[in-house]
Design a binder for this molecule. Sequence first.
Ligand SMILES: N[C@@H](CCC(=O)N[C@@H](CS)C(=O)NCC(=O)O)C(=O)O
Length: 234
Amino acid sequence: MTDRYRLHYAPDNASIIIRMVLEDLRLPYATALVDRRADAHNKPAFRAINPAGKIPALETPDGVIFETAAILLWLADRHGALAPTPQAPERAAFLKWLFYLSNTLHANFRMIFYPRQYMPDAPEAFPALVTGARQHVRQGLDLFEQEAQAGHSWFNAEVPSVLDFYLAAIVRWLALYPKGQTEWFELGAYPGLKQLVSRLETRPSVIAMCRAEGMTATPFTNPQPPMPHEGSVL
Ligand SMILES: N[C@@H](CCC(=O)N[C@@H](CS)C(=O)NCC(=O)O)C(=O)O
């Protein structure tokens, strides 16, 4: 590998979070498209990269890392930026919210987006599953809104953390996907989170991600479906 990192991505997938962070850290990286239209994430070649079949995965000199939060934490620690250091007193709070975002909010969001994966034999139960998942996502957003307004150094601060980038992507997807079923979510109801994502939109790393993924200049505050040069979207 010429570059130290290779990001396995699909347009507007969770790989945008890693792309923003790689860009923000000014790290050179190569990309490898996972063609979801061809179901490539479920084929042996990609399963050899991530046996769980999920995007993103990042090839590093230490081996492949998958799971968004694990990649983010590894990059932040390895490059000493975008997160409180392991010794910092703020590390504990940062970690608990990073894990909550990954294990709970992101996981609940996936039920809204992929009800078939959770109840493959009961399509009639999808509406109830989605309604319940939305309630849980709302609870999570309320908690993050409180943290965004609390004046932390590691969330919604002048210098972002990896947590900010992760949350911003979730906010984007909630406003866009599944297409035609997003009326329940309104960013304006979360002024702290709106401030966070507005600030991020001015960063060169986010602008670079938008260019690479075919997105308009307001990927979080007024997200539009991307027009990627290649590949499929979700
Ligand atoms: N727990 C995983 C979830 C990632 C995820 O949901 N990725 C989506 C794309 S945004 C995916 O791979 N979807 C395909 C599938 O679930 O089959 C992580 O944090 O990386």
